[in-house]
Design a protein around this ligand. Sequence first.
Ligand SMILES: Nc1ncnc2c1ncn2[C@@H]1O[C@H](COP(=O)(O)OP(=O)(O)OP(=O)(O)O)[C@@H](O)[C@H]1O
Length: 340
Amino acid sequence: MPKPLDNDKLTFPILIGDIGGTNARFSILIDAYAEPKQFPSVHTADFSTLDEAIQITVLDKTSVQPRSALLAIAGPIEGDEIPLTNCDWVVRPRAMIADLGFAEVMVVNDFEAQALAVASLSDEDRAPIGNNNHSPVASRVVLGPGTGLGVAGLVHAQHTWFPVPGEGGHVDIGPRSERDFAIFPHLTPIEGRISAEQLLCGRGIVNIYTAVCLADGVEPKFTIPADITATGLSAADAQAAETISLFVTYLGRLAGDLALIFMARGGVFLSGGISQKIIPALQRPEFRQAFEDKAPHTALMKTIPTFVVTHPLAALSGLAAYARTPASFGLATEGRRWRR
Ligand SMILES: Nc1ncnc2c1ncn2[C@@H]1O[C@H](COP(=O)(O)OP(=O)(O)OP(=O)(O)O)[C@@H](O)[C@H]1O
C-alpha cells in the first residue's frame, strides 16, 4: 500500500497535468511565485501511454526537470494502477517515479481540481448567471456537464477549503412540470431510473432532444449535441430550442439542489465543456428561475450567486493553487501520493 503522507508541499519544479477523456493539458510550476509554463494541449488518443505523452510533449521540450508530478484524472483513484475513464491510459505512479525521474507523484480527481480552482477564481475567469457577481468566502459547488456530469463541493471551514469530490452526477432526476411528465416517458431508464447525467451532459442533450421529438410525434433530425445547441440557440428548430430550454432548466434545478445540500453561499460554478458554449441560454430566465424555485428556501436561493467558469484551463489553475499553498486546502492525500 502507498504510504500516507501529510499535506506537506510537493517539491518544485512541479509538473501539473489535467488528464481528461479526450484532452490532456500540462504545465510546469517552477516555484510558488512563477506563472506556470504552459505546454500545448494534446489528444490522449495520439499517445499510447500517459508516460509517453509526458516525455514527448513536456520533458523533451524543456531543460527543466520536474521533481514532482500532480495530476488530475477523470475516475476513481484506487491502488497503484489507475485506469482512466473514457481513455486507454493507466496512471502508474511507481513507474513514473522509476522511469521519468520524479521524486513524488500525487493524483487527484478531476472535479476535485475544478473545486480547488473555484476557491480563487478572479472576476475575469467567471461569467455571472443572474444579477449577483459577488462570491463571498463561503462553501461552493462545482457542477460540470461535459462528456459526463461532474460534481464536487468545496466546503469552507477553519480558514481552509475542503474539496468534496463525489458521484453527484448520478443522483436521480425526475419530472416536475406538466411538460416534463409528457417528455420523461420517452427517456430510456437505466436499471429502472433516470440519473442527472442521462440528461445533463453531451449525450444527455441528445437524450432530451430525442424524447422531445417523440413526445411531439416528430422524426428526430440531430444526433450530435453541438448541432442541437447551435440550432436550438438560433431557435431555427422548435424541438432543438425546447431542448436547450429544458437542459438549462434541469441544470438549474440540480444546481439549486446542490447549493442547498452544501449551503453553498459562495455560489455554484458551472464548469465542463458545455457550459461555456451555452452562456447565452444560461443567461435567459429559465436557469435562475429553476435554481431559485426551492420553497421554502426561495429567499435564500436568491442570495446565492451562480457562475460559468470561463478560465480556459481551470483544473490546471486549481492544481497550481494547491501546489503553491497546500496548507490552504484540506486535501486528502492518503493512497494518492507516492514517493521514491
Ligand atoms: N457546442 C456544444 N454544445 C453542446 N455540447 C457540446 C458542444 N461542443 C461539445 N459538446 C459536447 O461536450 C462533450 C465534451 O465535453 P468536454 O469538452 O468537457 O470534454 P471532456 O471529454 O468531458 O473533457 P476533456 O476535454 O478534459 O477530455 C461531448 O459530449 C460533446 O459532444
